[in-house]
Write a protein that binds this ligand. Structure first.
Ligand code: C5J
Length: 220
């Protein structure tokens, strides 16, 4: 056990019991023509964190620690996509509609794949999730328990939606959660900062936040 600099206060880091969860770094969120763009967002903001996320993944691999990737996507028959989700708002393309990268947020379609720079390595877990949180309707909890994980580092997109939801789910399940501030992003700069402020407020009520370089130094 060692302590690493974090906010709101130092994080007691246990590199022997930590896993990295990389949330939804999919073409549908990061590239033009996908789900994020169909909602009217500027996807270039999310592309900017790919290098820092790649460094974080490389550090966990080098340390021999688990890297778990998630993908928000649905079955082709949409049986796991509630109408309340599919019909929300007035996007250019809805979940399941055909777009330039295949059907939006559908498992097996090009848009649902993780971006080429962050492709899972052989043997790494990829959790397909129908919700915003990665514990909902998945085997993530059982998988982490089998691995003996007690701490989770979070990266990915978007900070205030799927990252925050999963971090809150993990916190409620007893994991100590640390978000890598420069390896997460939102379509809205203010939302990223507000989400991390909410997580770390009140004595790390949801968890801690720090930079990729600090986490990498702690893993060495
Ligand atoms: C969203 C996500 N924003 N991965 N999904 O719909 O955050």
């Amino acid at each position: 056990m060692e302590t690493i600099a974090a906010r709101p206060f130092a994080f007691a880091f246990d590199p022997s019991r930590v896993a990295l969860i990389v949330i939804d770094m999919q073409r549908d969120f990061l590239e033009p023509g996908g789900f994020g763009a169909s909602l009217g967002n500027d996807v270039s903001r999310l592309q900017a964190i790919v290098p820092a996320t790649a460094r974080l993944i490389a550090g966990f691999r080098a340390a021999g620690r688990p890297v778990i990737h998630t993908r928000e996507c649905h079955r082709p028959d949409l049986a796991d996509c509630p109408p309340a989700k599919r019909l929300r708002g007035a996007p250019g393309l809805r979940i399941g509609d055909a777009g330039p990268m295949g059907r939006i947020l559908i498992a097996g379609e090009p848009g649902a794949e993780i971006v080429p720079e962050l492709q899972p390595a052989p043997g790494e877990s990829v959790v397909d999730k129908p919700g915003k949180g990665a514990f909902c309707a998945t085997d993530l909890g059982a998988h982490l328990e089998a691995l003996g994980i007690t701490q989770l580092v979070f990266a990915g997109v978007t900070t205030e939606v799927c990252v925050q939801t999963t971090m809150r789910e993990a916190n409620d399940r007893g994991y100590e959660c640390l978000i890598a501030e420069d390896a997460t992003e939102s379509y809205f700069a203010a939302f990223k900062h507000a989400a991390i402020d909410m997580m770390t407020a009140q004595g790390a009520i949801v968890g801690w936040a720090t930079e990729v370089a600090t986490i990498l130094a702690g893993l060495e």
